[in-house]
Design a protein around this ligand. Structure first.
Ligand code: NOJ
Length: 587
C-alpha cells in the first residue's frame, strides 16, 4: 500500500484563481455551485481583528482571505456584523442595513465582497428574521404606541392572563432559559402587555403574519443582494410562524433547546420522533421562503438561501429545500449523530434519501458557533444536550487527544460525502472547545438566563490562533481578545500547521483538493459491507472511504492492499486501520 497522504495532487483542469475574472466566475448561471460547495463559516468577532480592539472585524477578514483561498473553500458564511447592541453576539439586530462600528463600515463590506469575488469565493450573509433587537426602531415605536396599534402589530404583543394581566399569556420558555414573555410598562407608567421572545428578552419576535414585516424583509434581502451578497443563511428558519392561539406547550426533556434532537437512536438505528412545538416548524413558514425564492430570482448569478431549521425527521427538514424554496438546509441530525458507525450510516442514508426526494443536495456539518466544537464533543463521555455547553463542572469531560483523533476522522468522512459541506472557523486547526473560561468572562445570554446552570456557547467562540507566540496568537497585534484565549494554543496556530505533514490544517487542505479533483461533492454513496459493525465504508466517484469509529484497529482486506492511500486522518501502517481513523483510497 502506498502512503501518499501528504502529497498535493494535480488538479485536472483547474486554473489558478487569479486567472478567473471575478464576474465571470461568480455570475455564471446553470452550474448550481451550491450543490457541492464547501462553505466556511466566519464568526466575525473571533476570526481576525484589524484594529486591535479585541473584537474581530471586516477589514480583518479581508486581510486573511488568502488563507481561505489556500484552504480551498468555495464560499464564506458571515455570522452577523449588523448594527446591534450585541446582547446575543449580533443575533439581536437593531439595523439590518448597516454595519456595526465594532465590525467596520458598509465600505468595508463592499471591499470584502470585491476581494472575495476576485478570489472566486462567494459571500453568504446571515439574515435574522425571527426577531429584531429591542433597540430596533420598530420595537421602540411599539413600546411608545398603544395596545392594538399598527406599531405593536409588527411584534407579538398580547394581554397577560389573570384578572390584572400579571401572568404571561402562555407557558412558553425561552431557548436561552427562563420565560419567553416579558411584560412592558405602558407609556402612561402602568404595567401593560407582554411581548414574545423565543430567545433573550432583548430579542422580540416579529409577527410574520403582518404584511409590513414581509415587505420590510424583501427590502433587506434586496439591500444585500444589490451589494453583491451571494445569498443568506437564514437564522431560526423554523420559528417564524407560531401556531394560531399560541397554545401552552411543554417541550420533552430530550429535545434540543432549538427543537429537533429527535435524531437517530444509536442503539436501534431508529428515528426518534419528538412532538413538535407550536413555534417550531409550522407549515406557514414555507410561504415566506417561496416568496424570497422569487426575490433571489430577480438577480443574476445563483444566489442562495440556507435554512437553520432544527427539525426532525429529515423528511420534514427537506421541505425547506423544495425546488421553489431554499437551496440548502443545515443537516443538524448529522451534526447530532454520535461517533458511531451504524448511526452514521443510517443518518447518511436518510439524508441522501430525504433531500434527494425533493431534488436538493444534502449538506453536512459538524461544528458551528452554537455547539460544542466537535474536537471536544465527540469525546464527551456523558450526554450533553445542544445549547448546554461544556464548562469546569460538566461531567464526562473530553480527553483532548481522543477528541482530536475522532474529529479528524469525522471531518475526513464528512468531506468525502456528496453534497455541500460546512466548516466552522478553527475546526481546520483541530481547535477544541475552551472549557475553563472564567465565569466573569462568559457572555452568552444562556449563561445569565440560567444563572450559570448552562454554560452556553462561549467555549466555541474564542478568537482563533494564527501565529504561535504572537500577541493574541496573531488574532490582532495588541493581544486584546473579547474572550480570553487559552495559554496552550501555540500548537494549534495556523503558522505551526502550515506545510507541516500530518497537521489538521494540511489534512483539510488535502481533503478539499481531493474532493474537488474527484468531484466528490457531485458523486454518490455506494456502501461497502464486510468491515464489521464499527466501520463506515463506501465508494464515491472511484474513491473508497473507510472510517473506523470503533475502539479497536481493523484489518483491511487483502484486495485493498494495492490501493493508493489518498488521505488518512491518522497514521496507517500496513493494512491496519487504527481506531478513530478514516482513510481515502484510490483503486
Ligand atoms: C441561532 C443562532 O445561530 C444563534 O447564535 C442565536 O443565538 C439564535 N439563533 C438567535 O438568533
Amino acid at each position: 500500500m502506498t502512503i501518499t497522504s501528504d502529497a498535493t495532487p494535480e488538479l485536472p483542469g483547474e486554473g489558478s484563481v487569479t486567472d478567473i475574472a471575478p464576474e465571470q466566475a461568480l455570475t455564471t448561471t446553470g452550474d448550481e455551485w451550491w450543490r457541492s460547495a464547501v462553505i466556511y463559516q466566519i464568526y466575525p468577532r473571533s476570526f481576525a481583528d484589524a484594529n486591535g480592539d479585541g473584537m474581530g472585524d471586516l477589514p480583518g477578514i479581508t486581510s486573511r482571505l488568502d488563507s481561505l483561498t489556500d484552504l480551498g473553500v468555495d464560499a464564506i458564511w458571515l455570522s452577523p456584523f449588523f448594527t446591534s447592541p450585541q446582547k446575543d453576539a449580533g443575533y439581536d439586530v437593531a439595523d439590518y442595513c448597516d454595519v456595526d462600528p465594532l465590525f467596520g463600515t458598509l465600505d468595508d463590506f463592499d471591499r470584502l465582497v470585491a476581494e472575495a469575488h476576485a478570489r472566486s469565493i462567494r459571500i453568504i450573509v446571515d439574515l435574522v428574521p425571527n426577531h429584531s433587537s429591542s433597540e430596533h426602531e420598530w420595537f421602540k415605536q411599539a413600546l411608545a404606541a398603544a395596545p392594538g396599534s399598527p406599531e405593536r402589530a409588527r411584534y407579538l404583543f398580547r394581554d397577560g392572563k389573570g384578572a390584572d394581566g400579571s401572568e404571561a399569556p402562555n407557558n412558553w420558555e425561552s431557548v436561552f432559559g427562563g420565560p419567553a414573555w416579558t411584560r412592558v410598562t405602558e407609556p402612561d407608567g402602568t404595567p401593560g402587555q407582554w411581548y414574545l421572545h423565543l430567545f433573550d428578552q432583548s430579542q422580540p419576535d416579529f409577527d410574520w403574519t403582518n404584511d409590513e414585516v414581509r415587505e420590510r424583509f424583501r427590502g433587506i434581502l434586496r439591500f444585500w443582494l444589490d451589494r453583491g451578497a451571494d445569498g443568506f443563511r437564514v437564522d431560526v428558519a423554523h420559528g417564524m410562524i407560531k401556531e394560531d392561539g399560541l397554545p401552552d406547550y411543554t417541550p420533552p426533556a430530550e429535545g434540543g433547546s432549538m427543537g429537533g434532537a429527535g435524531g437517530i437512536d444509536p442503539e436501534t438505528g431508529e428515528q426518534i420522533e419528538l412532538p413538535s412545538a407550536p413555534y417550531w416548524g409550522q407549515e406557514g413558514v414555507h410561504e415566506i421562503y417561496r416568496d424570497w425564492h422569487k426575490v433571489l430570482d430577480e438577480y443574476e448569478g445563483e444566489r442562495v438561501l440556507c435554512a437553520e431549521a432544527w427539525v426532525d425527521p429529515l423528511s420534514k427538514m427537506a421541505k425547506w429545500v423544495r425546488p421553489d424554496e431554499m437551496q440548502q438546509a443545515f443537516n443538524f441530525p448529522y451534526l447530532e449523530t454520535p461517533w458511531n458507525a451504524p448511526a452514521l450510516r443510517v443518518v447518511i442514508d436518510e439524508s441522501l434519501a430525504a433531500f434527494g426526494a425533493v431534488g436538493a443536495p444534502s449538506t453536512w456539518v459538524l461544528s458551528n458557533h452554537d455547539v460544542v466544537r466537535h474536537a471536544s464533543r465527540l469525546a464527551l463521555t456523558v450526554e450533553n444536550p445542544q445549547g448546554a455547553g461544556v464548562g469546569p463542572k460538566t461531567p464526562g469531560k473530553p480527553v483532548r487527544e481522543v477528541g482530536l483523533r475522532r474529529a479528524r476522522a469525522a471531518s475526513a468522512l464528512m468531506l468525502a460525502l456528496p453534497g455541500g459541506a460546512y466548516i466552522y472557523q478553527g475546526e481546520e486547526l483541530g481547535l477544541p472547545e475552551v472549557i475553563d473560561l472564567p465565569d466573569e468572562a462568559r457572555q452568552d445570554p444562556t449563561w445569565f438566563r440560567t444563572n450559570g446552570e448552562r454554560y452556553g456557547r462561549d467555549g466555541c467562540r474564542v478568537p482563533i490562533p494564527w501565529q504561535a507566540g504572537a500577541p493574541a496568537y496573531g488574532f490582532n497585534e495588541t493581544g486584546a481578545s473579547w474572550l480570553p484565549q487559552p495559554d496552550d494554543w501555540d500548537d494549534y496556530a495556523r503558522d505551526r500547521q502550515e506545510g507541516t505533514p500530518g497537521s489538521t490544517l494540511e489534512l483539510y487542505r488535502l481533503a478539499l483538493q481531493l474532493r474537488r479533483a474527484h468531484q466528490l461533492g457531485l458523486g454518490g454513496v455506494t456502501w461497502i459491507d464486510g468491515f464489521g459493525d464499527d466501520v463506515v465504508a463506501f465508494s464515491n466517484n472511484g474513491v473508497t472511504v473507510i472510517a473506523n469509529a470503533g475502539e479497536t484497529a481493523v484489518e483491511l482486506p487483502a484486495d485493498l492492499l494495492d490501493a493508493e492511500v489518498l488521505l488518512a486522518s491518522g497514521t496507517i501502517e500496513g493494512a491496519i486501520l487504527p481506531a478513530d481513523t478514516t482513510v481515502w483510497l484510490a483503486r
